[in-house]
Ligand binder design. Structure first.
Ligand code: ME8
Length: 512
């Protein structure tokens, strides 16, 4: 896939009714890795995350705590900022829907929809789930509950409606003309059959509670939290001020979401935008769901995985690697500590860590601690160097289609090839038989480790930086514009240090 010049990527804005958990960390991590990769690749990236602070769910959570919703959201929103810091997320902006810039933008969007004749006043009588912040038709209920298993309540109130039913054919034509608009394929099919099943007009205002953005011109109503929330993606790039230079970033290239909210992003949102005559995002990608050791993650089961604890236990970079490597992105996945430890000790410590450590210590011992002077390359050298060189393009292509696991797999295939090359070339034997060839082999390996360091920066930023430090790559020469600049023979290297330690469980450590 060609390298874009600019890229605007968004995460869902998270509800502040609860503390962040592994699912939130996961979605933002995927965006972070993509954003970091593209920035290194010279792309002008804008990466947005934030919090969704209105609605009945948040109002109720504040009431349970006995505080005003604004006080509550100020506090809980901070947890998501802390998560971003701890996870080393590189978001360019953090939006809160209670900010004045957003209130102005959401109201402007409402007014625009009214002007375009897409909104009318009526009354709603039907089911509502506070947990999902979603309306459900009688026929959708399963044993008296929402299809998601959430409780529903009967709601009857005056309400403004959005003429969603008028967009059925337009949406289907759009999906058809833009096959990449929804990914992965399974979600696309799900959305298609939902829309083909017929769309009803959507209730977009509430009158039975107060915590929301007032409807312009009728402040008995507050805006439905999903209309309010979706507009955040435009607020952050300047809407409604279309003369704001940031507005040129619209439409977004990618809205990354979990599979639970694909309908809001791939049906309602494009319909709102079509109605308002605004450009649609390029793509909505809905990833899969994490379970915990085989069980659904839920507060009531008490098995919520706290990303901060994971980082404390395993270290940040291993957690970042594991989450994106373990499960094919798009599929559901199960979190298991055994698998986590296995990945740390195998992929990171044994495969990549050991490769770097072996090569650099051999250079330290046998080449006077400087980048060795290579002789002529043989076929095996070219093969390994070329496979490393091909990675930037192949990883970019995988990441741009959200196949994060595939990009990582490609990198680790080259790591394995490099480890096989070490064994086959046996530099420790060459030391006695052919020192010049040993120098060539170690040069080739050091250069492959260098390329790995460049790529790893996007996934495990601190570890990538450490790898590049050890090869004395200047900090201002770490973007992919320099990835093809080979190591300079004779450059003195510092004493090697392990970058990926093995994980040893505390009990095990204590017993030794
Ligand atoms: O839906 N596995 O916010 P939310 C994987 N405010 N991802 C998970 C997950 C899990 N078990 N649990 C949560 C909202 N997620 C709205 C969004 S956007 C305009 C408004 C992730 O706090 C996943 O990305 O309920 C999911 O879509 C999101 O958190 C839901 O976050």
């Amino acid at each position: 896939m060609a390298r874009p010049d600019r890229y605007y990527v968004t995460t869902p804005i998270y509800y502040v009714n609860d503390k962040p958990h592994i699912g939130h960390a996961y979605t933002t991590l995927a965006c972070d890795v993509l954003a970091r990769f593209l920035r290194l690749d010279g792309v002008d990236v804008h990466f947005l995350t934030g919090t969704d602070e209105h609605g009945q769910k948040v109002e109720k959570a504040a009431a349970v705590k006995g505080v005003a919703p604004q006080t509550f959201t100020d506090e809980v929103s901070q947890n998501f900022r802390t998560l971003a810091e701890v996870m080393n997320f590189s978001n360019d902006d953090f939006i809160r829907t209670t900010e004045p810039r957003h209130i102005k933008s959401a109201q402007a969007m409402w007014t625009r929809l009214v002007e375009k004749g897409a909104i009318y006043l009526g009354s709603y009588a039907g089911w509502y789930s506070v947990r999902d912040e979603a309306f459900y038709a009688e026929a959708e209920l399963v044993n008296g509950k929402a299809p998601t298993g959430a409780d529903v309540e009967w709601v009857e109130e005056p309400s403004y409606f959005f003429k969603l039913s008028a967009f059925e054919d337009k949406l289907l034509a759009y999906y058809d003309a833009n096959p990449e608009f929804i990914g992965p394929r399974s979600r696309r099919n799900e959305v298609l059959s939902f829309v083909k099943g017929g769309l009803k007009d959507l209730s977009i205002s509430r009158t039975s509670f107060k915590w929301g953005i007032p409807v312009p011109g009728d402040d008995k109503h507050i805006m439905y939290v999903w209309l309010d929330a979706l507009v955040n993606y435009m607020t952050a790039v300047g809407f409604p001020d279309e003369s704001d230079p940031k507005w040129s970033r619209w439409p977004a290239n990618l809205h990354m979401v979990g599979k639970d909210i694909v309908r809001f992003h791939a049906v309602y949102w494009p319909a709102f935008l079509m109605a308002a005559d605004l450009p649609l995002p390029d793509r909505v990608y809905a990833h899969g769901w994490w379970t915990n050791e085989g069980q659904k993650i839920s507060k009531s089961l008490g098995n919520v995985i706290d990303p901060l604890k994971l980082v404390e236990t395993y270290g940040l970079d291993p957690v970042r690697y594991f989450l994106l490597r373990e499960v094919p992105f798009g599929n559901d996945g199960d979190f298991s500590h055994t698998q986590m430890i296995k990945r740390i000790n195998t992929d990171l410590a044994n495969d990549l860590g050991n490769l770097a450590q072996r090569v650099l210590s051999m250079i330290g011992k046998n080449c006077g601690g400087t980048v060795p002077q290579p002789g002529p390359f043989i076929e095996a050298d070219h093969e390994l160097l070329n496979s490393a060189k091909a990675l930037r393009d192949s990883v970019r292509a995988s990441f741009l289609e959200q196949s994060f696991h595939k990009g990582l797999e490609d990198i680790w295939n080259v790591v394995s090839a490099a480890n096989r090359y070490v064994d086959e070339q046996a530099p420790w034997t060459l030391k006695k038989t052919d020192p010049a060839r040993m120098a060539t082999v170690l040069y080739v390996l050091a250069d492959v480790v260098r390329v790995m360091g460049f790529l790893v920066q996007a996934i495990m930023p601190a570890s990538g930086a450490k790898m590049l430090d050890q090869l004395v790559i200047a900090e201002d020469k770490r973007s992919f514009a320099h990835i093809d600049t080979a190591l300079v023979p004779g450059t003195p290297l510092p004493a090697p240090q392990g970058v990926f330690p093995r994980y040893v469980a505390p009990e095990e450590g204590a017993a030794q």
